[in-house]
Design a protein around this ligand. Structure first.
Ligand code: THU
Length: 135
């Protein structure tokens, strides 16, 4: 699947963001090696800490449906009601992704769905990682 299309899928997923506390809406679209797209949004909570990021929502959806190999993730964010913009995954989401991706080839895509798009490999975001091969 085209990276631009995946970014637009992330933008569509962002519309479901439940983020009344931070007022910051994030959407993600995770492409599996089998060719399926799993979307996610951030889901916040009145008790704050139980909230979940968009990226982890997408990963947990996919893994819980039998997927363990992934090619790319697209992410967009921005204040509720604003246009989607560049967002990089938080540290916790990087660690969760690290469990299931090949760092040299997995693509992280962000930017504006109708504008500038950035594509990088996972190892640039989490070098010297602690993953399954570390144990
Ligand atoms: N958030 C994500 O969903 N993904 C990120 O990569 C960064 C942060 C969410 C968490 C919280 O609901 C809101 O954005 C503000 O931090």
């Amino acid at each position: 699947m085209d990276d631009r299309v995946l970014l637009k899928e992330a933008s569509r997923a962002r519309e479901f963001s439940y983020s009344p506390y931070s007022d910051f809406a994030v959407g993600a679209a995770l492409l599996s090696k089998s060719g399926k797209v799993y979307t996610g949004c951030n889901v916040e909570n009145a008790a704050f800490t139980p909230g979940n990021c968009a990226e982890r929502t997408a990963v947990f959806k996919a893994v819980s449906e039998g997927e363990r190999e992934f090619e790319a993730i697209a992410i967009v964010g921005g204040r509720n009601g604003s246009k989607p913009e560049t967002v990089y995954p938080c540290g916790v989401c990087r660690q969760v992704l690290c469990e299931f991706v090949d760092a040299e080839s997995f693509r992280v895509i962000t930017g504006e769905p109708e504008g500038e798009m950035k594509v990088m490999t996972f190892n640039t975001l989490l070098p010297f990682s602690f993953g399954p091969k570390s144990l």
